[in-house]
Each structure stands twice: as C-alpha cells, then as structure tokens.
Write a protein that binds this ligand. Structure first.
Ligand code: ST9
Ligand code: ZN
Ligand code: ZN
Length: 337
C-alpha cells in the first residue's frame, strides 16, 4: 500500500464528523503502528470456541429442518428476525450510537435497543466502544478485528481469543460518555446478561410455539440459524469488506466497496465510503441495497429520526479526485498509480 499523504482534513470534515471526527483521518500513531510487524500471539479462549462450534452445528441443523419438518411460517419468521436484528445493529449500534450520524426520539431508541438485543452482539455500549476503536486505529493492533491478521481473525477469530493489549490500552482513551449518558443504554449494558438470553433466545423461540404450534426443536434451531446468519452478515463487513472490492473514495485504506456484503448486511458493505465519511447516516454515497437507509428515512418522515447527517456531493467529488483509486462511476479520474 502506498504511504498515505498526511494532509490536514478540511474544517468542514472535522465539524461534520462530530464524535468521530478524530477517526476520519486517523492519528499519526496509526501509521507508526502500521509499519510495525511483529509476530502475534493468540491466547485462545476455548469456552468461546466450544460455544461457536455448538452454535454452528445447531444452525446447520436448523437449515436442514427448515427444508424438512419446520413450518413455512417459522422459516419466514426467522428471516424477518434476521432483518430486525440486523436493523438493530446497523441503524442502532452502528449509525445512531457509534457514529451519531442522526438523532432519534425515545420510541425509536427503544425499538433499536430491542432489535439490537435480539441480535446479541454484546451490549450497544460494548459494541460501540469496539467499533470506535476500530475506526480510530483501523488495521493496527489496537483494532479489535485487525484485518491485517487475516480473513478468519477479522471475521470471527477475534471473538475466540484474548484481545491484544493495544485494544484495551487505546480503547481506554475513547470517549464513551455520550453513550453512558443515555439511560436506555446504561440499563441495557447493566442487565445485558438477563436481557440477552430472553431477547435473543427465549422469546424468539417461544412465539412460533405459541402462535402457530411449531415444535420446540424446530423453533429453537431455526432461531439459532437466524442468529448465526446475522452474525456472519455482520462479520463479513470486518473481513470481506476490508479485503475485496474497489476503493473509489480512498485508496490508502483497506476498507472496500463490496456489493455482496451490502446485500447481506442491509447496506453496510459500502465500507470504503463509510471509513472515509463515517458520519454519513447512509454509510454509502447512494441508496443501493441499503434498506437501513430507507427505514431511517421512513422514521424521519414521522419525526422519530432527525438531524440526519450526510456529505455534500462537492465534498465527495473533491475527496474522490484526491484519494480515489479511479473506480468512481462519475469522478473516476482519481489520482491513479
Ligand atoms: C459479536 C460482535 O459478534 C460483532 C461486532 C462486529 C462489529 C462489526 C463492525 C462492522 C461495521 C459496521 C457494520 C454493521 C453491519 C451490521 C450488519 C448486520 C447484518 N476498549 O472483552 P474482554 C476491556 S459478539 C477499552 O473480556 P478479553 C474491558 O472493558 C458475538 N477497553 O477482553 C475489560 O475491562 P474490565 C457474541 C476494552 O479478556 C477488559 O478489557 N459475543 C476494550 O481479551 C477485558 O475485556 C461474544 O462472542 C476496548 N475496545 O476477552 C462474546 N475491549 O475488566 C465475545 C475490552 O475493567 N467476547 N476492554 O471491565 C469475549 O468473550 C471477549 O471479549 C473476548 C476477549 C474473549 C473476545
Ligand atoms: Zn471497518
Ligand atoms: Zn462505522
């Protein structure tokens, strides 16, 4: 990768990024670390490895059941829950809370926290702290899922071993006061290990049994299948969308535009754009395969979502021409190597 020009960001960029402005064009610390190549050690957490193996076996069995004994209603229900959980992650933990890309009224916050709990990817506070560290120190040892450590590590391996000391050290410097100031997030964080089993496993298993007479086995396994699918859809953003695809906005960073990932991650695969302009509520220049954006727009029509931040076409154009890889469909003449 060519060394990145250390230019100062335009004031407009700094102002618009709000809480994450420092992570847009990361500190020089990042670049010092990028050059550091050292053998890494992996302290494997066997409890997590065992849980993930069991989870995947049950999920695969759930796929089998959906084609054999499960009711069609249960399969459709599992797909709907996958989308709802995904929405809690994308519109909630990611765009609203990690990046403050828009503001939300309390009914929408409640919906988002419930959906995010359904997706069980840790509490919003823990998720956002890891994600803010990821943006600020991307592809360094302080990045929890540093893609330079390979596909498997960035996809799911990082959840099966102890975090690098840099993650914890640098993470302590991340300001999380805005999220701790929100009672709903403090509550979710404090009672997460009560809320998560109920919200992600118990209730979703119960409804098909009560409402349309599904068997316990089918309801349980298909719920695990939808949970695992949401996990992989999310993890693909950290792995595939940090490895494969074009870089129309910034060729100096690893995140890419990945259509396949966007399809499964309901609009979060446009990752080169997102790392370049992390405060944009669309996490993309366009609305393609981005129903998270469409639903936020719907909520903004009834006033539950407001102050949606985005990026002006002029700013995008300037950036594409300055740092793009030449693949942008309109301003494709970015400075090619
Ligand atoms: C899951 C999360 O899957 C997935 C997140 C994906 C993010 C994706 C982002 C992509 C972009 C957005 C697009 C969204 C797309 C969505 C599409 C949807 C379809 N800073 O954690 P511990 C401290 S979760 C500061 O135990 P270990 C911590 O506070 C899946 N401090 O570390 C603690 O201090 P204290 C289900 C930090 O021991 C201490 O360190 N969940 C930070 O190394 C120890 O913390 C799981 O599988 C930080 N960043 O263990 C659980 N991090 O003691 C997995 C930590 O004072 N997690 N600290 O409180 C674990 O079991 C463990 O965390 C571990 C590491 C084994 C991985
Ligand atoms: Zn990323
Ligand atoms: Zn982000």
């Amino acid at each position: 990768m060519p060394p990145r020009p250390r230019e100062k960001q335009p004031l407009e960029t700094l102002e618009a990024t709000g809480v994450l402005f420092e992570s847009d064009d990361v500190s020089s610390e990042k670049f010092a670390q990028e050059e550091k190549v050292e053998p890494r050690t992996y302290e494997i957490v066997w409890f997590n490895v065992t849980l993930f193996v069991i989870l995947h076996c049950v999920a695969l069995y759930g796929v089998y059941l959906s084609f054999t004994s499960a009711k069609l209603a249960t399969t459709i229900y599992a797909i709907i829950l996958y989308q709802m959980g995904a929405f809690g992650i994308t519109a909630g933990a990611h765009r609203l809370w990690s990046h403050k890309a828009y503001k939300a009224k309390w009914p929408l916050k409640l919906i988002l926290v419930l959906c995010q709990t359904l997706a069980h990817q840790n509490s919003v506070i823990e998720w956002s702290r890891d994600h803010r560290v990821h943006h600020k120190y991307q592809e360094t040892d302080a990045d929890p899922h540093n893609a330079k450590r390979g596909f498997f590590f960035s996809h799911m391996g990082w959840l099966m071993c102890k975090k690098h000391d840099d993650v914890k050290d640098k993470g302590k410097g991340i300001d999380m006061s805005d999220l701790f100031a929100e009672p709903i997030l403090r509550l979710q964080h404090k009672y997460f290990y009560y809320l998560m089993p109920i919200g992600c496993f118990l209730l979703p298993t119960l409804w098909p049994i009560v409402l349309w007479g599904e068997t316990l086995g089918n309801a349980y396994c298909l719920n695990i299948t939808r949970y695992v699918i949401t996990l992989h859809a999310t993890w693909l953003v950290n792995s595939a969308a940090h490895m494969w695809g074009s870089k129309p906005y910034d060729k100096y960073i690893n995140p890419t535009e990945n259509l396949f990932v966007s399809m499964f991650a309901i609009g979060e695969g446009w990752h080169n754009y997102h790392h370049t302009f992390p405060w944009d509520y669309k996490t993309a220049e366009y609305g393609r395969l981005n129903w998270t954006m469409a639903v936020i727009n719907l909520f903004s029509k009834i006033g539950w979502a407001y102050d949606l931040k985005t990026v002006s076409p002029e700013m995008i154009e300037k950036r594409v021409k300055r740092t793009g890889d030449g693949s942008h469909e309109i301003w494709g003449w970015g400075d090619k190597d």
